[in-house]
Design a protein around this ligand. Structure first.
Ligand SMILES: Nc1ncnc2c1ncn2[C@@H]1O[C@H](COP(=O)(O)OP(=O)(O)OP(=O)(O)O)[C@@H](O)[C@H]1O
Length: 611
């Protein structure tokens, strides 16, 4: 799959425009309230600037008390109104912020769930997803995804105030304006250089962080607790953790040194800026070039002007930092995601067992030196039950993932009733398969919901119960007070239950039954089962597979006997093919493996020696 060709760093403006667009789409109320806050803020700044000068002018200008009270009262009333409205907008925005954050987080989850499995599995994609996720984390009380539009609005408001105050100050000296603006520019450049440095070294941090989390998770994982104690792994884990922690600390120290240098330059520039401006004003006042009210107005304007510059820089600064995170979010969201050409309809193939053809299919994992599967040509006839066997690492699971559309062949074509798999929409294609994978994943839903993969009211309860019982969970259901409404996972649901490995595997079988897809795939489903349960699964499989095309993977060769055909994979290619009897008669690898497995059950066998 082609990687994104866009630059990882997106401009601040681009991210701000993107954020406003997302806001308009997800929470339009936030956008309009935020926009209304801008003119209000400018009005308030103007009123606050005028107030002291107005008081001085009324007092020193010989106005009547009534005139002064009316003028000052009107301006005060306007100020209070603007403050009230501004705070009202702020409250609404704060409430809307979590909605906006929730909207973007759900977009991220949707993208992750819909993404092509092969792309999602890559380490690079997982790192990108992690970084995108961090954009919605609360950091120092702020969420980067919300910070960009918030701070951009702050920047616009302060820029308008800056223009207003600048126009007032330019009446004294355009030079003053140039001095104040130059100082702001130097400040901005410092901030920009720091942010770029942080962004460039961030990949290193993510890598260290990911490894730190992994080691820490494994050290605390209860499943690993036995191995840690018995194999004395604690020292090993502790040293690995310390080493990674040292690397992380060194990274932070390098960053902090840069930050400190930037702050020192910043401080020096502020000192020069304010010192110069106030000196000029004092000189003019002493020379009598300014009236008292003008002095008050310009003095307030200079300090206001400096505040706006400070606010703009701080908004810019915060926006830059947050913008890097928004870039991460966007980069993940814009990862290319092909969804098949979509002209074929899976519905046409759902009502019958389809024929599946692997036509010279090869597959190589990203970065691998060799193909894991090479030039596989295989046809699963409509309604045929095929067993796939082979040693560990032969490529069986990889073949299943290709068949189910989780991977795309590196070369060659997989066809369903003659239609290339790439011509289906991905979701549509997935509807054709009901796989039961080796690894079992159950979440904290009820048994019925898990079997149906649906939320409560959408579950066909009769069908769910039938499937759970058919998968061998009947006795379990009868023993549970809440039957199939019992929730899994004790940690989340206090009255939940934990299933044994075998029971969980049966639950996965029930899920495949409920889906009732025309192609059934079982990838080593009996690994966790006791002999009785294993036998039940074979019986169950035989019943489930009736009328469907099916692929069955098992290391227990005896279990493949009820399949129509057995295919043996070796080194990524098909080494042998036939029925159990013909393969035994051929005396090849299948026969050898079968003999090794079955000899332990021969009376008198003692590990290679007959008694
Ligand atoms: N995600 C992956 N990335 C890179 N290589 C992989 C990945 N998954 C599997 N492999 C490699 O591909 C080869 C085939 O793996 P696969 O899981 O398909 O074998 P298998 O026949 O199902 O093995 P087993 O019987 O142990 O389940 C192995 O060498 C494995 O290391």
């Amino acid at each position: 799959m082609k990687e994104s060709t866009k630059k990882p760093y997106r401009g601040l403006m681009s991210n701000a425009v993107w954020s406003y667009r997302q806001m308009l789409r997800g929470t339009p109320a936030s956008f309009f309230v935020m926009a209304a806050g801008v003119p209000l803020g400018v009005l308030l700044a103007w009123a606050e600037l005028r107030l002291p000068a107005l008081v001085v002018s009324e007092v020193t200008g010989g106005q009547t008390f009534l005139h002064a009270a009316l003028a000052v009262g009107a301006l005060l009333a306007l100020t209070f109104l603007a403050v009230g409205l501004r705070d009202f907008c702020k409250t609404i925005l704060e409430a809307q912020e979590s909605r906006y954050r929730f909207y973007l987080t759900s977009c991220l989850e949707e993208k992750s769930m819909a993404m092509f499995y092969q792309t999602y599995e890559k380490k690079q994609t997982r790192d990108q997803r992690k970084r995108a996720e961090e954009a919605s984390y609360m950091m120092n009380g702020k969420v980067p995804l919300c910070q960009v539009p918030n701070q951009m609005t702050e920047l616009i408001r302060n820029a308008l105030c800056y223009a207003l105050f600048g126009t007032i100050l330019s009446r004294i000296s355009p030079l003053l304006l140039v001095l104040l603006t130059l100082a702001a520019l130097v400040n901005l450049l410092c901030v920009r250089a720091y942010n770029r440095y942080e962004y460039a070294s961030r990949g290193e941090r993510t890598d260290i962080g990911r490894r730190l989390r992994y080691v820490s998770k494994n050290a605390a994982d209860f499943a690993a607790a036995k191995d840690i104690r018995i194999y004395g792994m604690a020292t090993w884990l502790r040293e690995t953790f310390s080493d990674l922690f040292r690397q992380d600390t060194a990274w932070s120290a390098r960053l902090n040194r840069r930050l400190l240098l930037g702050r020192l330059v910043d401080l020096l520039v502020i000192l020069l800026r304010d010192g110069g401006a106030y000196t000029l004003l004092l000189v003019m006042a002493v020379r009598g070039e300014l009236r008292p009210d003008e002095f008050v107005l310009y003095f307030s304007a200079i300090s206001g002007f400096a505040t706006f510059i400070g606010n703009m820089i701080s908004a810019w600064n915060e926006m830059q930092t947050a913008s890097l995170k928004v870039s991460d979010y966007r980069q993940f969201m814009e990862l290319p995601d092909t969804d098949g050409t979509g002209t074929a309809h899976a519905a046409d193939h759902r009502e019958h067992a389809p024929e599946i053809t692997f036509d010279h299919v090869s597959f190589r994992y990203d970065g691998a030196a060799h193909d894991t599967l090479h030039d596989i040509s295989l046809t699963l006839r409509a309604g045929e039950h095929v067993a796939l066997v082979g040693l560990n690492g032969a490529g069986k699971t990889t073949l299943v993932k290709l068949l189910c559309g989780l991977y795309a062949p590196t070369s060659g074509t997989i066809r369903i009733d003659g239609v290339p798999a790439a011509e289906f929409r991905r979701d549509d294609y997935a509807a054709l398969f009901a796989p039961v994978f080796q690894e079992v994943r159950t979440a904290c839903f009820s048994l019925a919901e898990t079997a149906a993969c649906a939320f409560g009211p959408e579950v066909d309860r009769e069908r769910a119960e039938r499937c759970l019982r058919a998968a061998g969970l009947g006795e379990k259901l009868d023993a549970l007070p809440h039957g199939m409404d019992t929730h899994l996972d004790k940690q989340v649901n206090p009255d939940g239950i934990e299933l044994s490995g075998g029971e969980a595997q049966k639950l996965m079988m029930a899920r495949a039954l409920y889906k009732d897809a025309p192609v059934l795939v079982l990838d080593e489903p009996t690994a966790a089962l006791d002999p009785i349960a294993e036998n039940e699964v074979y019986e169950q499989y035989r019943r489930m597979a009736a009328g469907k095309t099916s692929l069955f993977i098992s290391h227990r060769l005896a279990s493949t006997r009820f399949c129509d055909r057995i295919v043996l994979l070796r080194d990524g290619g098909i080494a042998e093919e036939g029925t159990h009897e013909t393969l035994l008669a051929a005396g090849g690898e299948y026969a050898r493996l079968y003999e090794i497995q079955s000899c332990w059950y021969q009376p008198g066998y003692q590990g290679g020696k007959q008694a």
